[in-house]
Design a protein around this ligand. Sequence first.
Ligand code: ADP
Ligand code: MG
Length: 313
Amino acid sequence: MSEFDLIRRHFTRATPGAVLGVGDDAALLQPAAGMVLAVSTDMLVSGTHFFPDADPFLLGHKTLAVNLSDLAAMGATPRWATLALSLPAADEVWLEKFSAGFFALAQQHGVDLVGGDTTRGPLNLCVTIFGEVPPQQALRRSGAQVGDDIWVSGMLGDAALALLHLQGRITLDEADFAACVSRLHRPQPRVGLGLALRGIANSAIDVSDGLLADLGHILECSNVGAEIAFEALPVSQVLRSCSQQKLALSGGDDYELCFTVSATQREEIDRLAVQLGLPLTRIGKIVAGRGCIVQDASGNPLNIETEGYDHFR
Ligand code: ADP
Ligand code: MG
C-alpha cells in the first residue's frame, strides 16, 4: 500500500467544517466571525507516553483526547485537527483500529481531520488541534486573583494508579485495576466544562502532569500563591483504599481541569456540576505570595515532596 492509499483509506473523511480538507498542499480553514484561533500541539511517543503494544483504538482516542483537553483548558470550541504520524510499518489492522478510535472521538466533538503527514519511523503520534474562542473569554493561566477559589473537575490520581500497576510497582486486585485503567487509556477531555467556564473562570489549566505541577503554572503565570486542603482532593474509593491519595497531587494523565473562580460564584459552579453531571470540587484558594501550601485536616502545612512529570529531569 502506498503512502497515498494509506492516507486515503484511513485518514480521509468528510470535513464539513472546513473550506478545504485533506488532499491539497494545505487545508483552508475559516474561523467564525469574532473568534480567534486557539492552536495546540501534543505528541505521544512510543515508550515514553504509551507501551509499544498499546491497543491502537485506545491510542487513537488518547492521541486526540490529550489535545482536546488543551483546548478545553482554554475555553475553546474544537473545530479542526491535523495528524502527523511516524509508523514503523503500514500495518492495515493497526491503522484501521487507530483511525476508528481517533474518528470516534473526533465525531463526538465535531472535529474535522483536515491534514497531516505520514512517514516511516519509530511510532510517534502528533496532533495539532485548532479551536476557536472569543478573544476576551479565553481561559488563560495568568488570570488567577487573590481570593479566588480553586476548583478541580472529576477525580484525580486514578490514571497514575493504573500506570503504577502496569509498571509492576504496585499490585492492584483485578476489580481495582479495572476501575482505574480506563482513566489511563480513555481520558475524557472536559470540553463542555471549558466552554461553560467562559466568562466565569479567571484562570484554567488541564491537569496532565499532576495537580501541583499544573496548578504551579497558574500560580507562576498569575504571580500568586495557593493553599490546598489535602482532605478536599477528589479521589476515588480505589485510590483511598490503597492509600495512594498522594497521586492526586503528583500523578499524571488525569486530563481534568483545574480552574480558579471568584469566591462570589460558588453556587454558579455547583449548579454547573449538576448540569454537566461532572463532580466539581473546591480544593483551596488563591492567596498573595508564591508557591502552593498543602494543608492537612487541621490546617497545618503538610510536608509533601511531589513533583510533576518532567521529561528532561
Ligand atoms: P505534501 O507532500 O504536499 O506535504 P503529503 O503527501 O504529505 O503532502 O500529504 C498529502 C495530503 O494528505 C495532504 O493534504 C496532507 O495534509 C494529508 N495527510 C498526510 N498524512 C495525513 C494524516 N496522517 N492524516 C490526515 N491527513 C494527512
Ligand atoms: Mg507532507
